[in-house]
Structures are given as C-alpha cells and as structure tokens.
Write a protein that binds this ligand. Structure first.
Ligand SMILES: [Zn+2]
Ligand SMILES: [Zn+2]
Length: 299
C-alpha cells in the first residue's frame, strides 16, 4: 500500500512563502493498493493527485472517500481532471447530510451550480457513482474498508483499509467527544446524575474510536491545534495534538501523522511543533510526523 499526501492544510488553502515546506493545499491523501486507487478527501490537493494519475497513462478506476462535505474537503473535485475523461470510472463514498435530507450526490452537485462553477457534475465525462455511507463496511475490489463516525459539527467519517496484514486509517475532521454541559453555565442547573450520564456517553464514543484505531500501522489524523489553540476553539470540530498523542498511546498506534494544519501556522511554527511532538511520541514508543505535501509512505 503506497500512501501519498497531496493536501495537508485545514479550513482554507494557504499558498505563500510561509507554507512552502509543509504545503498549502487542503485535504487529500491517496493510497495505491495493487491496481486499486483510493483517494481520501477532495480538497484542493486532489488537483495534483489527478495530474499524477494522468501520468499513469491508463484508464483510471478509483474510489474517492469523502470524510465530510465541508469546503476544504470537496472544493478541489471540480479541478480533478480524470473526472472529465470518458472511460475513467470513479465511485465516490461519503456521508449524506445529517442536517437536512440531502444525499452526498446532491451536496456535491450544489457546489457546481452555475452560481459557483461553470461546469455541472452531469457534464463530467467519467462514469461517476455516488454512494451515501454511514458506519459499517465497504467492499472495493475485495478490499476490506471500514468506517467510523467521528465528532464534527456535521457527519464526519474515518476510513480504515486493511490489506496484506497492514492497517491504514484516514480520519476526517474531528475533536474528541465531550460533555458540552460539564463546566458550563447551563450545566450548573442540571442534575449531577444526568451530567454523569453525558460524561459516560462521551467516554463511550471516544472508546469506540480508540478501538477502531487499535494497533493500526498508520493513522492519518486531524491535528489542527496545539493544546493552547484548542482551548480557545473547543467545539469547532478539530483535535489538539495532545489529544492525538493520547489516542496513539491508548490505541497502540504504530505511526500517527497529524494533518489538517491550522492555516495561521507557518512552516517555522509547524517545524517547531513537530520537533517537540516527535520527542514526546518517541518517549512513548510510537512514530509521529506532521503531514507534508508530497510525503510518501510505503506500508
Ligand atoms: Zn476540514
Ligand atoms: Zn470540517
């Protein structure tokens, strides 16, 4: 399984002098498993991923897994050239809206309405199928792929691929579950037993994610914030690097790659965070990297 990073930035693309080293494109990672091409998220990084696939010189068949449909995870899709070429075939998987009754296809179509983009999805030349998915198992070319719901303001999924005894997990945006009423003004008026029940629910959800990640060889995870940044942005749907370290330790993850970098963080800042985080991870016995555009890992 060959993993490649095409987009590692969170929230908005950040081209410029201060992001050259880690990269400014939004979320996109590919995994080549024998002849099967799997793409995770379609942020602006998918444009370069598409250009790479064109160099392979074959008709392209692939699966695209959308973690969730926030802009930074779908906005590159209209610039994914292989989708325009007849003979190519893609299956796109992702969660439907849990806010209103809309399928993945309807949400994807919405971003290419003429008010936003000159070419509609129906004009794309490749054969593209859209499949709504929730938690469960997906079969792509006989590969075992599993999904797990993670905590974000909209439905967001983590995907797990198991091949030849190796496990790769790609997680979309999320932060650990928590009882939002604990230590809040509303919570002060709530019954303690009810608050305890909410604490337990959050813990149960977090344990489910830990088990999903158990013993994984490589986990690509949302590590947008430092602990200090997270304290000011709780509820925005992104993890702290500290929470990711705790997960890696608890789940005995062998290698964790933190991605979805905060747009405000320059190469200089990220390099400094990475140095400190790598030291902590190595003391705890696992490998950690911050994702960089162009990074390749053979599993
Ligand atoms: Zn995002
Ligand atoms: Zn998001």
């Amino acid at each position: 399984m060959k993993i490649r990073y095409w987009g590692v930035r969170g929230s908005i693309a950040t081209p410029g002098k201060s992001t050259v080293e880690y990269g400014g494109n939004t979320a996109c990672v590919s995994a080549e498993v024998d002849d099967t091409i799997l793409i995770f998220d379609a942020g602006t990084g998918i444009r370069e991923c598409g250009n790479y696939l064109l160099t392979l010189g074959i008709s392209i068949k692939g699966a695209i897994f959308i973690s969730h449909t926030h802009w930074d995870h779908i906005q590159g899709f209209p610039f994914f050239v292989p989708a325009y070429i007849p003979g190519n075939k893609f299956t796109m998987y992702g969660p439907p809206s849990d806010i209103q009754d809309q399928s993945l296809k309807q949400i994807m179509e919405f971003q290419t309405k003429y008010e936003y983009f000159p070419i509609s999805l129906s004009q794309l030349g490749a054969d593209i199928e859209y499949i709504d998915c929730k938690e469960g198992k997906i079969d792509v070319d006989g590969l075992e792929i599993y999904t797990c719901r993670i905590n974000h303001p909209v439905a967001s999924l983590a995907y797990k691929v198991i091949h030849n005894g190796k496990t790769f997990i790609y997680g979309g945006d999320h932060e650990p579950y928590r009882n939002i009423y604990r230590d809040s003004k509303e919570g002060e008026e709530m019954d303690e037993d009810f608050l305890k029940e909410l604490d337990e629910n959050a813990e149960e959800q977090n344990n489910k994610i830990t088990e999903f990640c158990r013993d994984a060889d490589l986990v690509s995870w949302d590590g947008q914030y430092t602990e200090k940044e997270y304290q000011a942005k709780k509820g925005w749907g992104h993890s702290s690097q500290l929470a990711d370290i705790e997960l890696a330790e608890k789940a005995s993850i062998k290698h964790i790659i933190l991605s979805h970098h905060e747009p405000m963080n320059s190469d200089e800042k990220l390099a400094q965070y990475e140095k400190e985080l790598k030291k902590t991870a190595s003391e705890k016995g696992f490998k950690l990297d911050l994702a960089k555009e162009g990074m390749e890992i053979e599993l």
